[in-house]
Write a protein that binds this ligand. Structure first.
Ligand code: UDP
Ligand code: MG
Length: 328
């Protein structure tokens, strides 16, 4: 019989990880068993098209006391998968990690030690990052932009090996955020965040689920989801350019009066015009980005759909109703 409230909840999003799950199970559960704390593991199957769900089912059958599976009907993305688990966790401490073994489960005790030391949010940063040079450099660039446009300070936003006190997780759930970046959201609610260096391994099998396009979108979400700075910077640029254009008009008017009509300079003017038009288009796109986010929040549509849940209190409390006991 599972403990009503385990001390620790481990949250793992799974998308097409059939080659990694057996190794993950073999490494994760011994680490958790050795902790000497009661725990539960919540896997979210994020619409996998391979045998991941079957493997998760088998694992639930093997360790029903500590294994819970949330099964999405489609692919909603890593952060939604984590959020669905966050809405269901019971532990006082919550740990997230990836299913592809890039975050070694053996590092979990390191995070817990910092939580025990009184921190409410512990973010891992990858000591020796094992990703392609492109990913590493792109992530440096995004780090740089994020540090300057948002108030979020973290060494490694891409590392999902993190521990949270339950209060932080509840705040994330309550925020009702859409297209969000969980580590950044957690940081904004934390009062004593800490960081700890963790090992990073190469993906055990398969390739990253993030295409270039998905990465760009994710990082757009990170910036526009946490800051209005892009809009403000744009407005400042627009003000400067308006002042410049006004000056140009004054100069041209003065020339017209004192020197005579302008002849050359047509293409220079086109050049300036094209530049300003493209800046305007960027501005429209930027506004669209924020309007889109607003639209999604206002629409308040269900963020994901759970097809089935294995384990956890929802099923345990679904005891058959005795005939006649139903209220009219
Ligand atoms: N993931 C997910 N849904 C997605 C994409 C990824 O649940 O749409 C999971 C994936 O199974 C893994 C984690 O999120 O556990 C990180 O994904 P991945 O390794 O592809 O990303 P990377 O390590 O390249 O950032
Ligand atoms: Mg990975």
């Amino acid at each position: 019989m599972p403990a009503a409230t385990p001390e620790l909840s481990v949250v793992i999003p799974v998308y097409n990880e059939e080659l990694n799950l057996p190794v993950l199970f073999a490494r994760l559960y011994p680490v958790l068993d050795a902790l000497g704390r009661s725990y539960e593991v919540l896997f979210t199957n994020d619409g996998s098209a391979d045998g991941s769900l079957a493997l998760l089912r088998a694992q639930h059958a093997a360790r029903p006391d500590v294994t819970r599976v949330i099964d999405f009907n489609a692919n909603y993305g890593q952060h939604m998968a984590i959020l669905a688990a966050f809405e269901r966790v019971r532990g006082a401490i919550v740990v997230t990690l990836d299913a592809d073994l890039q975050n070694p489960p053996e590092e979990i005790p390191l995070l817990l030690a910092r939580i025990d030391a009184g921190h409410d949010y512990v973010g891992g940063y990858r000591l020796d990052r094992r990703d392609s040079w492109f990913r590493t450099w792109a992530s440096r660039l995004v780090n740089f932009v994020r540090e300057r446009t948002t108030s979020i300070r973290m060494t490694d936003q891409g590392c999902m090996l993190r521990a949270y006190r339950r209060g932080i997780v509840e705040a994330i759930v309550r925020s009702g955020a859409i297209n969000t970046f969980i580590p950044a959201l957690a940081y904004s609610f934390a009062s004593r965040p800490a960081e700890v260096g963790v090992r990073h391994e190469e993906r055990h099998a398969g390739v990253s689920n993030y295409s270039f396009y998905r990465l760009v979108r994710l990082n757009f979400d990170l910036i526009t989801g946490f800051s209005l700075a892009p809009l403000q910077i744009f407005t400042m640029f627009a003000l400067c350019s308006a002042a410049g254009s006004f000056l140009l008009v004054l100069i041209l008017a003065a020339r017209r009066i004192f020197v005579g009509p302008e002849e050359g300079g047509l293409f220079t003017l086109f050049g300036i015009l094209f530049f300003l038009i493209s800046v305007t288009m960027v501005g429209i796109g930027l506004i669209g980005e924020y309007v889109g986010r607003t639209y999604q929040v206002v629409r308040a549509r269900q963020r994901y759909h759970v097809r089935e849940e294995l384990g956890g209190p929802a099923l345990e409390s679904a005891a058959p109703v005795a005939p006649g006991s139903r209220q009219a």
